[in-house]
Every structure is written in C-alpha cells, then in structure tokens.
Design a protein around this ligand. Structure first.
Ligand code: ASC
Length: 128
C-alpha cells in the first residue's frame, strides 16, 4: 500500500503517462502523422488495455490534496467515476482485440471510442 497521498499520486501519474505515450503513438498513426504499422499498433493497443487497469489503485482517499490534477469530485461521485473507468477499460480491451484482426474501419472506430472515454472522464474529473 501507499505510504501517503504523494506516493499514490505519483503512482497513478506514472501509469497515465505510459497510457498517454502508447495512446499518443496510436493517435499519430490514426492521424497519418506516421505510417500505420499494424504490429506496433497492436502492441500499443495491448499495452493500453493492460495499463487501463493500473492507475486507479492510486486514487486513494485524501489524494485530491497535493500535486495532482484530479478534482475532489472523483471521491464525491465515486460510482460515476468507477463506471467511467469501466467503460474506458472495456473500450481499451475492444481496441486491443480489433487491432489484432486488422480491419481499418473497426480499428478507427475502436480507437475513437477509447479516446472518447479518456476525454469523457477528463472533462469531469480533471483540472484543465
Ligand atoms: C490523448 C491524450 C488524452 C486523450 C484524449 C482523447 O492522446 O493524452 O488525454 O488522447 O485527448 O480525446
């Protein structure tokens, strides 16, 4: 378990950083900023699916205080926060599955859905 809020905040931020890197690289491919590499894309999608389960352990009580962009609303509306996390995890799992199959239209849709679930949570629970 975490020693204090600072450790918990660092833990979740580290995980989000890894998600952002992997998701960002898929985004660059989706936007045509770099060539689409099916194998790399699938690897990144697998990474995000696995990482989608990691950060949330770090949202311990009291860790809205400190060097964090998380709003107190995370702990006030916990059920909704948890539901949004679950949607993100489901979308990330779908993206990893369709990335294996290689259908571009399916990949694009699954990528968009995953990005929407990132944004859907940030809009409500993250400082801008
Ligand atoms: C990213 C990133 C996010 C999401 C979000 C998707 O690459 O860092 O927070 O995508 O912008 O809408």
């Amino acid at each position: 378990n975490f020693e204090d809020a600072k450790d918990a905040i660092e833990y979740r931020q580290s995980a989000f950083g890894l998600i952002a890197y992997n998701f960002g690289d898929m985004g660059a491919m989706m936007k045509g900023k770099k060539p689409f590499e099916a194998e790399t894309f699938a690897m990144r999608a697998n990474n995000v699916a696995a990482l989608s389960h990691i950060p949330f352990e770090g949202f311990i009580e009291g860790s809205d205080k400190g060097d964090t962009e998380a709003l107190a609303k995370v702990w006030q509306d916990k059920a909704d926060f948890d539901a949004k996390i679950k949607t993100f995890q489901e979308n990330a799992a779908i993206l990893a599955t369709v990335a294996q199959k290689g259908d571009q239209a399916e990949i694009k849709q699954a990528f968009m859905n995953t990005g929407k679930s990132c944004k859907g949570c940030h809009d409500v629970y993250k400082k801008d």
